[in-house]
Design a protein around this ligand. Structure first.
Ligand code: GLN
Length: 446
């Protein structure tokens, strides 16, 4: 059922829809849900495990937060409740949203519904797998470097990462504060617009929230408007055949629909991964310092002194990927290396922004791959550097705070979804949705 129809249901109908979804989720083998709570009466929305819902457990997929109960609602949850939605169920995720596969969760991996031997993507893999499987009608995820868009692409659903500052992060477990945004994962473009409209807007509780009126997207969807869309030719060469095929299909559909395609190249993309993994880990190391065994969640036992309390709690509570990033983040922030790594990364961030802005002087939107391939096999990304490389198409968007929507375009020979993303200038989101809806209607993904 789509959100528009669900929003018309009465209380009893909503209750049976919710029960039906929860039962299906309990019977499912995907491990997409890690909790089955509901809050309030409304259209059920699955919530990633790093967004606070008052009185629910919130663990960011980590052992260190076992036992922690959220003392208040995140702003997005308040907004959902006010708009006729009801937080329902907890979605699995990579620990502290660090990862691209949902394999680093304390609760074990989530499986891809199209092929259970593959990952659903990450870090919002639980949210995307559940929507694709029909055990959630829509979900919230968070995107620090692709975590909404990439699992949406691997699972064949729609994911939207809003402009930085458009959705309040109050009540979101922080990973990298200059990059994190909450956004919707849905069955189609219209649902993404509806759910986004419900959660967007200024919030005094988040100092990075943009003090702007949100103009609703859904009532203004217009597939007749024609746009200029840039394709980045040297970018696409880095992706495999399936992705290139999807790209060709989308470009043709856009041209057939009367949009203008222009061809561009980008030279700074080779710095994206290094820049992102310096900034993200620096911010993560800082944000995760608060998990000390005193203020939140789990505390190690048999402690002799405060030093041991910190060390034992953190050693036992964090998984390998999180530890790796804390080490990396503290390294790039340490004296002597700060200028060489962190400061340089901040400068490169500006170069990347300038290059995107130059393209936006001529184009309304950019069409880009999301991942270099379809969903990989579970357990196949042993090498962390290989995993980091798979973020090459998504992370620049977070580094410069742009909005981007991931749309399923086709399935490959094995029936695995391939998605692409539409990217726009900051705060200029309507064209993304207009073109995405136009593409959705013209390419017939299903
Ligand atoms: N894969 C990226 C990372 O591990 C992005 C994760 C995210 O967006 N939360 O940092």
């Amino acid at each position: 059922m789509k959100l528009k129809e669900a929003l018309k249901l009465n209380k009893n109908e909503l209750k049976s829809l919710t029960n039906e979804l929860l039962q299906k989720a309990k019977d499912s083998n995907l491990n997409a849900y890690i909790g089955f709570e509901t809050k309030g009466n409304g259209v059920p929305i699955l919530i990633k495990d790093n967004i606070q819902v008052k009185d629910w457990s919130v663990t960011s997929g980590s052992k260190i937060l076992q036992g922690y109960i959220a003392p208040y609602n995140a702003t997005v949850i308040e907004k959902l409740l006010n708009a006729g939605f009801a937080p329902t169920g907890r979605a699995n995720m990579d620990e502290f949203a660090m990862g691209s596969t949902t394999e680093s969760s304390y609760y074990g991996p989530t499986l891809n519904p199209h092929d259970n031997s593959r990952v659903p993507g990450g870090s919002s893999g639980g949210s995307a797998a559940a929507v694709a499987e029909g055990i959630a009608i829509a979900a919230l995820g968070s995107d620090t470097g692709g975590s909404i868009r990439q699992p949406a692409a691997y699972c064949g659903v729609v994911g939207f990462k809003p402009t930085y500052g458009k959705v309040s992060r109050y009540g979101l477990g922080a990973y990298a504060s200059s990059l994190d945004q909450i956004g919707p994962i849905t069955q189609d473009v219209e649902d993404a617009a509806l759910l986004y409209d419900a959660i967007a807007g200024y919030d005094t509780k988040d100092s990075t929230s943009a003090n702007l009126e949100h103009t609703p997207i859904a009532p203004n969807l217009d597939t007749n408007k024609k746009y200029t869309i840039a394709v980045i030719d040297n970018y696409i060469q880095e992706a495999d055949k399936d992705v290139q095929k999807a790209y060709a299909k989308a470009v043709k559909a856009l041209e057939d629909e009367g949009h203008t395609i222009i061809h561009k190249n980008m030279s700074n993309t080779k710095y994206d991964i290094a820049t992102y993994y310096i900034i993200a880990t620096a911010e993560a190391a800082t944000n995760l310092a608060r998990y000390d065994g005193i203020r939140y969640g789990k505390r190690a036992s048999d402690i002799k002194n405060i030093q041991e309390l910190f060390i034992k709690t953190r050693s036992e509570g964090f998984g390998d990927e999180v530890k790796r990033r804390i080490l990396l983040g503290n390294f790039v922030l340490s004296s002597g290396y700060y200028d060489a790594y962190y400061l340089k990364a901040q400068k490169v961030r500006h170069l990347i922004r300038d290059e995107f802005n130059k393209i936006f002087d001529e184009a309304d939107l950019i069409l880009s791959p999301i991942a270099p391939s379809v969903a990989p096999k579970l357990g196949s990304t042993h090498d962390p550097l290989e995993m980091y490389k798979s973020d090459m198409f998504t992370i620049a968007i977070n580094l410069i705070g742009l909005p981007a929507l991931s749309l399923p375009i086709m399935k490959n020979e094995d029936g695995l979804p391939v998605g692409l993303q539409l990217i726009a200038k900051a705060f200029n989101e309507q064209p993304i949705f207009n073109v995405a809806l136009n593409l959705e209607q013209s390419i017939n993904y299903n």
